[in-house]
Structure formats: structure tokens, C-alpha cells
Design a protein around this ligand. Structure first.
Ligand code: G4P
Ligand code: NA
Ligand code: NA
Length: 194
């Protein structure tokens, strides 16, 4: 998506030893609603002809993006997997574990109530970043536990130099990333794939 690449070039800030892209001005802190609506329409074009019964994302950053994409999918319900509320988890949830590759960060559980994912449903996954793919892997696991089907994953920004894209595509899941970063460097800037 050309407008997204331009926006990333203009507003993105490279941090964390050239591994972290900050896009707080339109995606992760302040949210550019009109632009995110356009992103939602682009997801619809990428998954044209696919039946989508529900969108699944993960708190926190995925929620706003998924909600602004839902209108392009006939306002299907958006469900977000919850994190870290282990005390409130009863038996009526699908539960999975997000592995952590970040040093010093522990794996953590995520869950969705069985009320909001059903057998046979076609579920589109949406998230802001694809990096290591651990969050997306856990979302896929939740969908499979429910006996539902993954239509694919719509990702705003894929850091293609990290292993998540290959991991998720290797599971046979269609991943549509609107911008794929090949490399980024504080001195040389950002290069996109293709
Ligand atoms: P994964 O989602 O591919 O498994 O990514 P990973 O575990 O590597 O990343 C951990 C968190 O950091 C995720 O957010 C992910 O969206 C976010 N993230 C990864 N790379 C970047 C990046 O370059 N820039 C920004 N801004 N975020 C990145 P999270 O833990 O789910 O938290 P939340 O922010 O959605 O609440
Ligand atoms: Na995220
Ligand atoms: Na995030």
C-alpha cells in the first residue's frame, strides 16, 4: 500500500538497535482515523471474495485497527483476545500462550470467551505489527480450538527481516501485510520489500 509506505517513511522513527519502528503519530498512540479506515478498505480488497464472519485481534494496539476495518467487512463483530487477567479466567474460555522472544519478557496467556468464537466460523485476524509471530500464532491456536477457520491475517506492518512472516505462512495461513519492511537502519533509513 503506497500511501502507507510513504507515511512510514515520513513519520516512522527507528529505535531499539534498528529493531523497533515507532509509528505513534498515526497507529500506536495518536490514531489517524481516516487513514485507518483506508487501511480497512485495503484489507477488504486483499481478501476480496473471502467470507469473513468475525475479526479477531489482540489487545491493545490491534483493537482500534480492527474496529476501523470492520465497516469494510459489513460490520462483522470484532473480538479481541485478552491478556494477563489470569485471576478472572474461568473454564469458559479458549486459552493460549504467547511465547516471548524479547529478552527478559515472560510468555503470557491470552484468552477469548467461548461465547465469541464458534465452530465453523470464518475468522480474519488483524494486527498492527508482525515481528516474531508469537501473538499471531496464539490467535491462530485460539481459532483452531474453537473449531473455526482462519481466513488469513491482515497486518499493517510486517518486519520481514524478523521470522514471523515465514512462521505464519509456513502454517499455511495467508498473510496480507500492507507494508513489508526489508530492512531499517537509523542511518540508511527504511527499505521495503518489492
Ligand atoms: P509478534 O506480535 O509478531 O509476536 O511480535 P513480538 O512478540 O516480537 O512483539 C511484541 C509486541 O511489540 C507486540 O505488541 C507487537 O505488536 C509489538 N511490536 C513488535 N515490533 C514492533 C515495532 O517495530 N514497532 C512497534 N511499535 N511495535 C512492535 P503487544 O505486546 O501485543 O502489545 P500492544 O502494543 O499491542 O499492547
Ligand atoms: Na500488537
Ligand atoms: Na503494539
Amino acid at each position: 500500500m503506497e500511501a502507507l509506505k510513504q507515511r512510514i517513511q515520513r513519520d516512522g522513527k527507528i529505535r531499539g538497535n534498528n529493531e523497533v519502528l515507532k509509528v505513534d503519530s498515526f497507529l500506536n498512540h495518536q490514531m489517524d482515523v481516516a487513514f485507518l479506515e483506508e487501511i480497512g478498505r485495503e484489507f477488504r480488497r486483499r481478501f476480496a471474495g473471502c467470507q469473513v464472519d468475525r475479526i479477531l485481534t489482540i489487545e491493545a494496539s490491534g483493537i482500534g485497527i480492527a474496529c476501523l476495518a470492520a465497516p469494510a467487512f459489513d460490520h462483522v463483530p470484532v473480538v479481541f483476545a485478552k491478556k494477563n487477567k489470569t485471576k478472572n479466567i474461568d473454564g469458559n474460555v479458549y486459552l493460549s500462550q504467547v511465547e516471548s522472544f524479547t529478552q527478559g519478557k515472560r510468555p503470557y496467556p491470552i484468552f477469548v470467551s467461548k461465547e465469541f468464537l464458534h465452530p465453523g466460523e470464518r475468522v480474519l485476524l488483524i494486527d498492527d505489527f508482525l515481528a516474531n509471530g508469537s501473538a499471531l500464532s496464539a490467535l491462530i491456536d485460539l481459532v483452531h480450538q474453537a473449531g473455526a477457520q482462519v481466513v488469513g491475517a491482515g497486518i499493517v506492518i510486517e518486519k520481514a527481516f524478523q521470522p514471523g512472516g515465514a512462521l505464519i505462512r509456513g502454517k499455511g495461513v495467508r498473510v496480507e501485510s500492507l507494508a513489508r519492511i526489508e530492512s531499517m537502519d537509523e542511518e540508511d533509513g527504511i527499505t521495503f520489500c518489492d
